[in-house]
Design a protein around this ligand. Sequence first.
Ligand code: CDP
Length: 775
Amino acid sequence: PHPSKWGVKRKRHEKEDRALRVEETRTSTGTKPKDGTLAGNSAALPSLQRDVTSSSRERLRRNGRATIPDGQAPKRGSLKEKSLSLLSSRKALPIWVYADEIRKQLRGSKDVLLVVGETGSGKSTQVPQFLLDEPWCGGCIAVTQPRRVAAVSLARRVAEEMGTPLGSSSPASKVGYSIRFDTSVSPSTRIKFITEGMLLQEMLRDPTLPQYSAVIVDEVHERSVNVDLILGFLRNIVSKRQAVRGSRSLKVVVMSATADVQGLMEYFDDHPDAAAVGTEAQDHGSSWSGLPASGRSAGQNGEGKSDHLHERLSVCYVKGRQFPVKLHYLSEPTQDFVEEALKRVFQIHYKEPLPGDILVFLTGQDTVEALEALVNEYALGIEADVPKLVTLPLFAALPQAAQQKVFERCPPNSRKVILATNIAETSVTVPGVRFVVDCGKVKLKQFRNRLGLDSLLVKPISQSSAIQRQGRAGRDAPGQCFRLFTEDDYRNLQKRTNPEILRCDLSDALLKIKARGVQNVLEFPFLDKPPRESLENALLQLYHLGALNDDGSISDVGVRISRLPLSPTLGRVILEASSEDKDCLVEIIDIVACLSVENIFLSLATEEKKEEAESARRELMKREGDHLTLLATVQSYSSEQTDRKQWSARHFVSHRAMQNVMDVRKQLRKQCEQLGLCDTGIMLRQSEASEERSAAILRCLLAGFASNTARLLPDGSFKTLLGNQTVAIHPSSVLFGKKVEAIVFSEFVYTNRSYARNVSSVKLSWVDDVLASSS
Ligand code: CDP
């Protein structure tokens, strides 16, 4: 349907169009910012410079970390000028007034500070800068992030605010980042944004994190498994460092966007060494200016164990700034939220004047790309006198450069439509959004005990997620949120999302715990203890992978797997491939790189397109299955020298995803070399494809995925060899509809039935070999 058919009357819009034009004229004079953020930065610059007298210079240096050369205005276009121009918007952030209190709380014997403040209040960008000049802070500050995109964009932003180059671009750079497959730091890095997984890797290498003065654990409310592990390890490191006389203390700042912190407070309070530390901590006379009476720490509101809390932990509640957001519900539930979202986007665009971008929450790459294609198609029909729509996808597997585009300004007289997964819920603040469209669903990892596998399931969000999503519309101005579900549906939603550690496969987590020397995983201080059954399943899986010895201690294989930034299964596959008899690391790295990236093959809406794609992809398809097809795709793509973008279009392959695969492949090759899994230069070798080579590759996959195997039954269905569950080959697989004696699969999806995705055909005897050797 064309948008004009959705009851949006043209007449009414003439008035609004006029309003749009007025708006445009105003923005083009520069008196009103175009995207509603960083309000009037450049306009504020001259007065700011006039303000910089010698006394305020010192204040600015402390508070703003912008060094201003005596008597000189910073050069136009320089990093310093940019940094100064950002200062006024930084000062307007709600957290700014808490700067002194935050510093004060961490002086002396206090080690742990909890900062609670809504998304956008300035926690991630400002708190590290507040701490940088503190007397105790001689080393680096790590700021953990659950997502790669947030780590990079925050590093970029903080570097700009501090007027320093980013990461490895200059040896003098003060701000860097470290994410899986991409680290950019310099010898002088003082603030490092780092994904949780990468900090865990560092903790395995350097158990007491000697290079850090502080670790800021951001976004704890997301409660990823990794953040739970980090908190557990940090609790020990803090006390270890305190126990060793003369060693520098480690300060820990835990930050959350939701006020649900009671559990965390008890967690840090309940520390075995709590009573032994900080007995001289008497200096907490000052009250927190922002602390609501009812929300004070457990000590202050009379519940809980106040004495211990005050010895090591303080809490700071930052009062956020939030404009009202008007809520709209559906009157009837919808069967197709993509279609419904499409309608909302065009209704908003035609009805609401600029400025005001639209943020749509969807479930994953598939729905993001489907809506992107639809919006782009209908946007072609937008009349010349109506502003343009610029669609911007945002999901975790998107390459860096594409992710960063959401932060850029869009051309004048146009509106951004950001199509995001729940990555934009709390992790990423996209400026300028005034309209939120919430599909009410999220893709969550869920461990399925019967299958013994993790699968991604599309589930209704929790009420607290819905509130977070709604809040994204009211950062800069009053906004509106369109929920694509009914008010009744909302009332029936679960209050909060269960932490990941209670619903996913724990083998990765337990391997990390073991690799840090904790023998008995049951003794690990879990914030929420996972069910015993999940712990046992995970230990068994690690044992089958050869990562544990018979007595449950970590084996050499386990240690080596834990050093790879991959799941234990993929790590095991890599190790197998580096063995002398298999010797196919080059190929396996290509396959693993593909499996680390979301869909490479574009999903196609129509039958006609499907046929066209199938014939275009025929040369890439391998009868052994999807893994060798992925390998052929990477090999063909990388040998294309002239135009890879065109090559991708011709083969209906996502160029974006392939760029990501090439990045991951490069980093994995480097890491394998560093871990001594192969000689330098071996990666340049390209072996001829042969039947033996294919068999070796598939056998390597089996070493990691022995539990993801199934055999063909006489009725044509497949049953898993461990667990005896029925699985079907996913329709996207090249083996769909084929009868092969056994399969190995690297992914499991559950929609209306259980599907194996990324499937290869293997010999039953190979599976038997692997199962026999691992039991
Ligand atoms: O951590 P929290 O959600 O409390 O806020 P923040 O990430 O420190 O963001 C504070 C403000 O900084 C945002 O509202 C944006 O205006 C700005 N910011 C930005 O422009 N670019 C980023 N990558 C991150 C933040």
